[in-house]
Ligand binder design. Structure first.
Ligand SMILES: [Ca+2]
Length: 394
């Protein structure tokens, strides 16, 4: 008898310390449910016996025979069946084990900065601990984003840091660092190279007042002063605008803007007849197109543009000519040659024809058909990352 008590105490000690689980309080020592046996599994531990029952739909309780390590699986629970007093048996119903056994990660068996994963909820034995890592940083949408190597921080696991900068013609400033957070995600995934128009400061010399129109940005070339009337350099300014917004102009002279159709009309009428478009594609290739006899009609004629044939010079293709004599179209005013409204289709205002060979007001930082595009000599389109339109007197 002394030996039995001793064995029982040792067993209870081991179970309670190794498996410190809430289900144990429902264990009834010296009890055996009878008459509803559905299976017996031999040679397993008490907890494995619980797991056996857990994995079978019909099993609602177990008797565990300590001496023989027999696991008896029952189809009912104690409150609906008879029990025997049986000193070598341990009885337990299933209801108190469910929470623990459904999810082997419920007790967070993994260490700090480790993530517990289990292959399936039903497989109660399996879990694995993996170090939390944020993995690679997706920079596919930002080809200008370049990682700064050797920043002196750990590069794997929680707390690791990675630094990036933007590298390109227009932007070379450091964007900053991201950090791997305890939940395994980077502190920000919104790394984006946004063109800094001040990168053009060497060419943008200031602002000027023409015809009482203040603050028009201008730039100097070797022999000429150019007024900038449109600029795109990857900013977030929306060019999905109404007729009145295109008429009055919008955006910031420091970054992306449209100076306004009314001012363009006034300036062209006042002698600013040389139009120059400068562009850079996503490979850093620079292009220009120049027309020497620009005319933009008044609002009465929907700001119709005239470029006049044969006065193009440039290093790309004379595709702006496709828009010659076209009226301006916006989402709320359709003046184009298309059966639908090109401005609605492409989401920006322009001198659309049927619809375009050139769309300098397209979506910035976009290389789809909605982007800023110029048709090339091969009947394809080149996406432009940077554009500025500027005018001067002859
Ligand atoms: Ca139309």
């Amino acid at each position: 008898m002394a030996s039995r008590v001793s064995t029982l105490l040792v067993y209870a000690y081991i179970v309670c310390n190794v498996y410190d689980t809430s289900g144990l309080h429902n264990v009834q020592w010296g009890t055996q449910l009878t008459g509803r046996l559905i299976d017996v599994v031999a040679g397993v531990s008490f907890l494995d016996c619980i797991k056996e029952c857990q994995s079978r739909k019909r099993c609602l309780s177990v008797n565990y025979r300590r001496g023989t390590l027999f696991c008896e699986l029952n189809s009912v629970a104690l409150n609906s069946a008879h029990a025997n007093v049986e000193s070598t048996s341990v009885y337990s119903g299933m209801q108190s084990w469910e929470k623990i056994l459904e999810d082997p990660c419920a007790d967070t068996p993994c260490g700090d900065q480790q993530k517990c994963t289990s292959p399936s909820a039903g497989d109660v034995n399996k879990y694995s601990c993996q170090m939390i890592d944020c993995g690679p940083v997706d920079t596919s949408n930002n080809p200008d984003l370049v990682e700064i190597k050797g920043v002196g921080y750990p590069t794997i696991g929680v707390g690791s840091r990675r630094g990036f900068r933007c590298e390109g013609f227009l932007n070379s400033k450091i964007i900053g660092y991201i950090q791997c957070l305890p939940d395994g995600v980077w502190s920000t995934q919104k790394l984006q190279c946004v063109c800094d128009c001040r990168g053009f400061s060497s060419m943008m010399d200031g602002t000027t007042t023409i015809n009482d129109i203040p603050n028009i940005p201008y730039t100097m070339t070797l022999s000429h002063e150019w007024l900038i009337i449109q600029r795109r350099c990857g900013g977030t300014e929306s060019f999905s605008r109404t007729w009145n917004e295109y008429k009055k102009g919008f955006g910031s002279y420091e970054s992306d803007f449209w100076i306004g159709n009314e001012i363009m009309h006034q300036l062209a009428t006042d002698g600013f007849k040389v139009l120059r478009v400068e562009m850079m594609d996503y490979n850093g290739q620079m292009y220009f197109a120049q027309y020497t006899n620009l005319q933009i009609d008044s609002e009465t004629d929907n700001y119709k543009i005239h470029l006049h044939d044969g006065e193009y010079s440039g290093n790309f293709s004379d595709e702006l000519l496709y828009h010659n004599h076209m009226e301006f179209t916006t989402m709320d005013r359709d003046n184009d040659n298309h059966e639908d409204n090109c401005a609605e289709i492409f989401r920006n205002g322009w001198w659309y024809n049927h619809c375009f060979h050139v769309n300098l007001n397209g979506l910035g930082n976009d290389r789809t058909k909605y982007g800023i595009r110029w048709r090339d000599d091969n009947n394809g389109y080149t996406h432009m990352k940077f554009v500025r339109m500027m005018i001067r007197r002859p």
